[in-house]
Design a protein around this ligand. Structure first.
Ligand code: NAD
Ligand code: TYD
Length: 356
């Protein structure tokens, strides 16, 4: 069984990856996470004390800590999920994004290079550093533009996207300069169980259940491609096993939707699963002031991973969204825990001055 160091494994995608990896017995996992506001160890409670799983609280930017973990656990691969990941927060405090996404990834690469250089030739050839990135590095599309390909030039527009673009460039440089066997994945918007409710889909579900306004930025016609989180995790595993080193792989859900449509679909599911006698959920939809620099459209051409690695998204948006809403309805303990004071502070900071 391979040993994999997963960073950011207490966040939304990392948690889903670890749960899937454990179920499928893909690997022994070491989970390194700083435990920021976005993390939730409650999501991994079932793994406490489990064999072949260790959790370490710490920062990917702590070179000494990461180096000692690499020496101790001798991993065959590193998957870097750790990041500050929310565009709106990057507008309020970009420095956190530079620190973790740029400096943190650089330090993680440095520790990995020093570790990798000391491995035997066979283990050097087998080692992989897989960096999880985003489609937002490619910038914004018009309705007529073709979807992003792996060779689309980078044009990041938000501090978040710029910090992820910088980290991707460092990963590329460590392959070209030092020969570290890297892989990069650029995926679209993930959705599914256990996502922190600052992002559009869980925010809409929880606000609706509370009878609060459902905030739509601008005209609601910004388009995102939505990828079910388990499909993303399966794709990451395929890239880890079969990807060509030094290359990047786009991962998408083949599912472009305007934000207003996404919110209306959630409302329709809630009307069915948790009906209110006095109102329909869509009556809560409220148009608010737009996000500065709001990218109009993201779309992913994922024909490379489909053709070369035989991956396909399994979930369509109707079934994926239904499962997601059902998960939030049936996990009230998880939901109540994440709606802490810190989360309320964020709602106040982001939404108080958006009223139109
Ligand atoms: P998330 O914000 O839910 O979780 C991030 C995790 O990283 C948290 O557990 C946090 O505690 C941890 N972390 C933050 N800074 C750290 C540091 N310095 N050291 C160690 N751990 C740290 O993010 P997510 O949605 O799970 O995203 C995972 C990765 O996927 C990120 O790199 C993100 O950029 C990328 N991505 C996410 C999406 C999406 O839709 N969620 C889309 C494209 C790409
Ligand atoms: P988000 O989930 O923050 O992901 P990203 O910015 O990485 O795409 O937002 C998804 C889309 O939904 C984006 O176009 C912004 C929009 N949005 C709203 O309209 N209202 C909201 O309250 C939020 C959080 C997002």
């Amino acid at each position: 069984m391979q040993t994999v160091l997963v960073t950011g494994g207490a966040g939304f995608i990392g948690v889903n990856f670890i749960l899937l990896a454990r179920k499928a017995q893909w690997a022994r996992i070491i989970n390194l996470d700083k435990l920021t506001y976005a993390s939730n160890l409650q999501s991994l409670a079932e793994l406490e004390g489990a064999p072949n799983y260790d959790f370490v609280q710490g920062d990917i930017g702590n070179l000494e800590l990461v180096s000692s973990l690499l020496e101790r656990y001798q991993p065959d691969a590193i998957i870097n999920f750790a990041a500050e990941s929310h565009v709106d927060r990057s507008i309020f405090s970009p420095q956190d994004f530079v620190q973790t996404n740029v400096v943190g990834t650089f330090q993680l690469l440095e520790a990995s290079r020093c570790y990798w250089e000391k491995l035997s030739l066979r283990r050097q050839q087998e080692f992989r550093f897989l960096h999880v990135s985003t489609d937002e590095v490619y910038g914004s599309l018009t309705p007529q533009d073709p979807p992003f390909r792996e060779d689309t030039p980078y044009a990041p527009n938000s501090p978040y996207a710029a910090s992820k673009a910088a980290s991707d460039h460092f990963v590329r440089a460590y392959y070209h300069t030092y020969g570290v066997p890297t892989l990069t994945t650029n995926c679209s918007n993930n959705y599914g169980p256990r996502q922190f409710p600052e992002k559009l889909i869980p925010l809409t579900i929880l606000n609706a259940l509370d009878g609060k306004p459902l905030p739509i930025y601008g005209d609601g016609q910004n388009i995102r491609d939505w990828l079910y989180v388990t499909d993303h995790c399966e794709a990451i595993y395929k890239v880890l096993q079969q990807g060509n080193i030094g290359e990047t792989y786009n991962i998408g859900g083949l599912n472009e939707q305007a934000n207003l449509t996404v919110v209306e679909k959630i409302c329709a599911i809630l009307d069915e699963l948790a009906p209110k006698s006095d109102f329909g959920y869509s009556s809560l939809i409220t148009f608010v002031k737009d996000r500065p620099g709001h990218d109009r459209r993201y779309a992913i051409d994922c024909s490379k991973i489909i053709r070369d690695l035989g991956w396909q998204p399994q979930e369509n948006f109707e079934s994926g969204l239904y499962k997601t809403v059902e998960w939030y309805l049936s996990n009230s303990a998880w939901v109540n825990q994440v709606r802490s004071g810190v989360y309320q502070d964020w709602l106040k900071q982001n939404y108080e001055n958006r009223k139109v």
